[in-house]
Write a protein that binds this ligand. Structure first.
Ligand code: CA
Length: 228
């Protein structure tokens, strides 16, 4: 199903990786697995996930170095990174956070605890995916009931338009390319022409303006679309 949060899990120990991948999958996330730092960096370049769960001790490129690279690149900087480490000394924890990690979990950890940390990071970057109601100016969106209101009046949207609006409302001001919207709203494995995006944007605009009000969506020439 498109729109589900994507977690990149970087852990070289297969048994631990599989347990985590299973549990993250059971939470409804799409889990991508990398067993080494090089693999992780490649996957990050190809399609940035919503959250990275990153083991500190990896063969080759270390977790610390991957974290540093994620936080150094503009395109990946805002992706939350949760570091996993067997080290528990305070100095290591500080070093982990200094490289820009957003959270730090010491092994052995409970799966429930790690899931809670992932959820807490997702609440920041994908609020609708954790059921949080979204508001932008006079538009309100409830991800649980799939309802949208503008100026207090309900706006009826088709499922695709609803997912589009959710994507925009999670990051007002962000410019999305058609390809990024295809990935997020339709899913990566489905072949849809980028012109389809324009058609659904048109429908969304029409629905949002049904009771009047300005067009909240902006067309960014040569790039894509943004909300506000
Ligand atoms: Ca390891």
């Amino acid at each position: 199903m498109p729109g589900r949060p994507r977690i990149l899990l970087v852990e070289d120990e297969a048994a631990q990786r599989e347990i985590l991948a299973y549990n993250l999958g059971a939470e409804g996330y799409v889990v991508e697995q990398a067993a080494s730092g090089d693999e992780a960096l490649l996957m990050l370049r190809e399609s940035p996930p919503d959250v990275v769960v990153l083991d500190w001790m990896l063969p080759g490129v270390s977790g610390i170095e991957i974290c540093r690279q994620i936080k150094a690149r503009r395109e990946t900087r805002s992706i939350p990174v949760i570091m996993l480490s067997a080290r528990s000394e305070e100095g290591d924890r500080v070093r982990g956070l200094e490289t820009g990690a957003d959270d730090y979990v010491v092994k052995p950890y409970s799966v429930a605890e790690l899931l809670a940390r992932v959820r807490s990071q997702l609440r920041r970057v994908r609020p609708a995916a954790t059921g949080t109601r979204l508001t932008y100016e006079d538009i309100e969106l409830d991800p649980e009931s799939h309802k949208v209101w503008r100026g207090g009046r309900e706006v009826k949207l088709g499922p695709t338009e609803f997912r589009l609006l959710t994507t925009f409302m999670e990051k007002p001001g962000r410019v999305w390319s058609r390809e990024q919207l295809l990935d997020r709203v339709w899913g990566r494995d489905i072949y849809v022409d980028t012109r389809t995006v324009d058609v659904h944007i048109g429908r969304l605009r029409k629905a949002l303006r049904k009771h009047g009000g300005a067009d909240p969506l902006r067309t960014v020439r040569g790039t894509g679309y943004s909300l506000g």
